[in-house]
Design a protein around this ligand. Structure first.
Ligand SMILES: NC(=O)c1ccc[n+]([C@@H]2O[C@H](COP(=O)([O-])OP(=O)(O)OC[C@H]3O[C@@H](n4cnc5c(N)ncnc54)[C@H](O)[C@@H]3O)[C@@H](O)[C@H]2O)c1
Length: 321
């Protein structure tokens, strides 16, 4: 089993620690610039704690790091980990800029370490079931719609977080690409800063993505107001006859097979399943399903969407990996 350090001991660092412990691999080191957060998780798991993330990265007691920090720290921490020869679980989004994504991917390649990007939606049981039921959709829709994010939250800070579209849009793009099962070739988007006027970021995106297979996807991302029925995440995939609709944070799915409707109920098991996939990839010396290339592709598509909003022009995705 790997010896894991969690860097960033907030909501998601604690969630990964819980999943790793449930999988028989509790973390051995916790790091957070707020030492009290690192210490309180270290107390739960009988682990070491530090306020210095680099101390955990270079520790000989650690061979794998989880990066669960603010988005502007993902690139420096991931690059430091790769250069120390450590395997990396990198929370989404991979990073906020194209240059940072490329720098992480380069560092991972040069160091020949394993890197997984955290796209939990990819690993929900109902997502896998949806993929099984409709293999070649011709039309897809997604809504990743949240309640309004406070202007003063770190995730809405243009530098530290990047706002809702850059933070959560990657989940939407990841799942659309997965369900489409084809290479995205073009994006056209409208939107912009519609309701956080004091912040220099894009808070709302309505986009269309075309795929090599001929499939088209409609994508909506924003913290413009969530309903209880869909929850934050809702996806549909259709092949002209059959339809699947994943909704209520992907814990429900309805499937129409052309004649009858069937409903499936599932759990919010994405975090646990993605940790299982990471441990299995490390043990098998293989790339995880959502690796650094996947993380980079997803973020570059979103950045192309933002460029489309700025220019009012479709953006080709042919050359982005
Ligand atoms: N996969 C998902 O569904 C999901 C959901 C929410 C958040 N996230 C992602 O998880 C990451 C963390 O989000 P969160 O909700 O846990 O945030 P959080 O604010 O709860 O925790 C972040 C922690 O990181 C610490 N930190 C910041 N910079 C640091 C640094 N340089 N070194 C060490 N510690 C540092 C902060 O002190 C804080 O304790 C982000 O990338 C976020 O987008 C993923």
């Amino acid at each position: 089993m790997p010896s894991i350090a969690i860097i960033g001991c907030g909501l998601i660092g604690a969630e990964h620690a819980r999943c790793l412990a449930a999988l028989g691999c509790p973390p051995v080191f916790f790091a957070d610039t707020d030492l009290s957060r690192a210490q309180s998780l270290a107390n739960v798991y009988g682990a070491q704690a530090t306020a210095n993330p680099v101390a955990a990265i270079v520790s000989p007691d650690v061979d794998t790091v989880y990066i669960c920090t603010y988005h502007d720290t993902h690139a420096p921490l991931a690059i430091a980990a790769a250069r120390s020869g450590k395997h990396i679980f990198l929370e989404k989004p991979m990073a906020l800029t194209s240059a940072e994504c490329h720098a992480i991917a380069d560092a991972v390649r040069v160091a020949n370490v394993t890197c997984m990007t955290g796209f939990k939606l990819h690993y929900y049981s109902l997502t896998r079931k949806a993929k099984e039921l409709i293999r070649k959709p011709i039309a897809l829709t997604t809504r990743v719609i949240d309640r309004r994010w406070p202007d003063d939250s770190w995730a809405n800070d243009p530098i530290r977080g990047g706002g809702n579209v850059l933070s959560q849009g990657c989940h939407a793009v990841d799942l659309l690409n997965y369900l489409a099962g084809s290479k995205p070739i073009r994006i056209y988007a409208e939107g912009g800063n519609l309701h956080h006027p004091g912040l220099d970021l894009v808070d709302t995106m309505a986009a269309t993505i075309s795929y090599e297979s001929g499939a088209v996807a409609s994508l909506f991302i924003g913290d413009v107001g969530m309903t209880e029925h869909n929850g934050k995440f809702s996806f549909q995939a259709m092949n002209g006859n059959e339809t699947i609709h994943l909704y209520r944070r992907l814990t429900r799915m309805s499937y129409f097979d052309g004649e009858t409707d069937t409903r499936f109920d599932g759990d919010e098991d994405g975090f646990l399943n993605e940790n299982r996939e990471f441990l299995s990839a490390l043990s098998d010396h293989r790339k995880p399903e959502t690796n650094e290339i996947h993380g980079m592709r997803t973020q570059l598509i979103l950045l192309a969407g933002i460029e489309s909003i700025r220019t009012h022009q479709p953006q080709s995705l042919e050359d982005i990996l």
